[in-house]
Ligand binder design. Sequence first.
Ligand SMILES: NC(=O)c1ccc[n+]([C@@H]2O[C@H](COP(=O)([O-])OP(=O)(O)OC[C@H]3O[C@@H](n4cnc5c(N)ncnc54)[C@H](O)[C@@H]3O)[C@@H](O)[C@H]2O)c1
Length: 338
Amino acid sequence: MSTIRVGIIGCGSLGKLHATCIAELEGMEVRAYCDVFEKSAQALLEQFGGAYATTDTDRFFNDPELDAIYVTTQHDTHTEYSIRALEAGKHVLVEKPLAMTAEDCVRIGEATVRTGKKLFTAFKMRYYELLWKAKELIPQPVVVTMQMMDNRWGDTIWGNDPIKGGGNVLSQGCHSTDILRFVSGGDPVEVYAAGANYYQPTGVIDNMVAVFRFDNGAAGSLVQGDSSCPPHTSKFFMQLFAENKSITITDRLTTMIYTEAGKEPQLFKGTESGFLEENKAFLRCLQEDAPAPIDHVDGLYATLMVLQAFESLRSGKPEPIKSVVEQAVASLAGNVKS
Ligand SMILES: NC(=O)c1ccc[n+]([C@@H]2O[C@H](COP(=O)([O-])OP(=O)(O)OC[C@H]3O[C@@H](n4cnc5c(N)ncnc54)[C@H](O)[C@@H]3O)[C@@H](O)[C@H]2O)c1
């Protein structure tokens, strides 16, 4: 197959990171860079090479030489740019979260199904090797916990803007919900949550604890926020439990201890190679014409798990997840009975 030619829209930190990964891959190259700031697009063109840098989105999306588009902009633009790319006949890799509302995730899903193009939701943590090892050692956990506690985010960064970013819990929490679902091996039926906007002046929910009930019987918990990063657990901290077995993953998910009753604990070390691995996975699915390994339904689940937790904060009750996703997926397939 000929080289996949990529366009990157959003030439900030993640645009640059993906360009770095693509530079390491055979079979893929960046052709075009697009940003609202010409200097940002130009800087990546100069560093990584390609055909052009532009602020003109019409030129970018309608470029017949582009096979795939990476959407690495702020969250409120993911929907418009993903749909424009799909409708222009391009495959899409979109940075997390897929979108900020369930409706927008469904709109992207609708465009994906309608155009038959591939859409990959970029959840790098799915490719952390220790999560795969954990799934191998405890394929059917009864309890899974995930904690992602960051140091306090600045009040003026776009991530804390309710329109552009949605706050730490939505922005980073979708990584956590995605890997909770991944390691639990089930889909979340419902969520109950407690938390609030404790201090961010923008009003976003900044710290939250949520409990998920999965359809395979597993129980999951999420601790997510930016009050302080605890040195003992590190920012990313996950545990899995099954009868007589446990797994604890610390050091940003790069150190794992596995215990089994009656045996010596086993220590495993891994790396944070998620960005490169997800780029390899995206390239592979394009070359092999295989389904995207993390698709629009996965993106919808990850966003909805956070949003329904927010809904539970307001309602004080458990809120459904799986039935909402199933209805959306059925409507995408045109199966909803009116
Ligand atoms: N997977 C991860 O671990 C991870 C980590 C950080 C960020 N992200 C995600 O990557 C995406 C980008 O985050 P970032 O940290 O690179 O942000 P950033 O602010 O560094 O870069 C965003 C870029 O998009 C440009 N931009 C903004 N609005 C635009 C528009 N309308 N059209 C074109 N360009 C526009 C900005 O000028 C900027 O260059 C977000 O979805 C974020 O959540 C993922």
